[in-house]
Design a protein around this ligand. Sequence first.
Ligand SMILES: CC(C)(COP(=O)(O)OP(=O)(O)OC[C@H]1O[C@@H](n2cnc3c(N)ncnc32)[C@H](O)[C@@H]1OP(=O)(O)O)[C@@H](O)C(=O)NCCC(=O)NCCS
Length: 159
Amino acid sequence: MGQARPRTTDIRQATDQDIEALRAIDPLLLREGDRSRHLVHAVAAGQCHILQEGSAACAYGVLTDQFFHQRFIALLIVADERRNRGLGTIMLRHLRALCPTAKLFTSTNLSNVGMQRLLLREGFIQSGVILHLDENDPELVFHSPACSAGPFKAPEDGF
Ligand SMILES: CC(C)(COP(=O)(O)OP(=O)(O)OC[C@H]1O[C@@H](n2cnc3c(N)ncnc32)[C@H](O)[C@@H]1OP(=O)(O)O)[C@@H](O)C(=O)NCCC(=O)NCCS
């Protein structure tokens, strides 16, 4: 793929009203209580972004600030039937554009070849490996060095 195709996509911060649409994008939310709780928290914190094509909710991404004082894409999910059409690329670029820090991190399982291809294609570089999060499926950490702003400033009163 060259450039992501121009299309009528809209990405905005998700709200409580979008929770049902997020569950339709990501059926794991219905099966895994922890994932669902984290997502509800991310929505409340303004960290969840939802992509729509027309009125159809197609993808979401969660950008957190809880990774060694750096921004971190915790989740990037495209609805199963909407994959391989450039939407993951569009969402990844959107999250990177939102990132106010010099570096943006994310991670994916060794088995997730599709996500690794997307990250490498978009200029992400592997930063390391975390073992034992999922047994027998190491977590590969990536970062994009191409974000715009300076280093993340920790709040004066700490974390
Ligand atoms: C990983 C994931 C986010 C990628 O999303 P996506 O929308 O399929 O990504 P894209 O469409 O931008 O790119 C995927 C492929 O489609 C191709 N593609 C994109 N637009 C295309 C088009 N119009 N025509 C043909 N192919 C196209 C890309 O070139 C890419 O091919 P490659 O894998 O051979 O490099 C998606 O598969 C997903 O949600 N997976 C499950 C959740 C997950 O694992 N998330 C990551 C960890 S949280």
